[in-house]
Design a protein around this ligand. Structure first.
Ligand SMILES: [Zn+2]
Length: 176
């Protein structure tokens, strides 16, 4: 059996796939508020936060679902990437500002603070699985984020593409 860092290749391949699937869903998830899901308004603090990754984390800790150890960190990494892009809007107006249910849109400074702090918690959650999976986890993390980051830059035609990347890398480096 072919082995990478003590794990057999099939285990690593399935783990990668679960991480990537989690990351993909994580990048999409916060914007379900566009569909007035639970009557939320777009850029709601409810979906643009560590809340759902943390609930998944708690759920996976309580149950012992196979592969959750790859999927949940992937999901947290995806949400982190989404928030990193939202941290650099073209203009801090309208939908760029974070919406708090019942209270309405925050100011630019509060929106920045909310996005940044939630992004930080998501990054901590996503990198905390490194010790468990070793080099395979680091590789899954780097490859998946690089792919989604490149896609994000391409899809959003980001004019300040370095911003989200530097934020993720700095926070990731701090959290490790
Ligand atoms: Zn968003």
């Amino acid at each position: 059996m072919l082995e990478i860092a003590g794990l057999d290749l099939l285990t690593v391949a399935i783990g990668f796939a679960c991480f990537a699937l989690g990351a993909w869903l994580g990048t999409l998830f916060p914007d379900i508020d566009r569909f007035r899901f639970l009557r939320l308004r777009h850029r709601s603090v409810v979906t643009h936060s560590f809340l759902v990754p943390a609930l998944l984390w708690a759920g996976s800790a309580l149950s012992s679902v196979d592969w959750a150890g790859w999927f949940v960190p992937g999901f947290a990494a995806g949400v982190a990437l989404h928030l990193a892009f939202d941290l650099f809007p073209g203009k801090w107006r309208g939908f760029a500002l974070i919406d708090v249910p019942k209270l309405g849109r925050c100011t630019r400074s509060v929106s920045t603070l909310l996005l940044f702090s939630n992004l930080f918690v998501c990054v901590i959650m996503s990198v905390s699985f490194f010790p468990e999976h070793g080099p395979a986890g680091v590789l899954a993390y780097a490859a998946t984020l690089a792919a989604f980051y490149a896609y994000g830059v391409w899809a959003k035609k980001e004019h300040f593409a370095a911003g989200p990347l530097m934020t993720i890398l700095t926070l990731g480096g701090d959290a490790l």
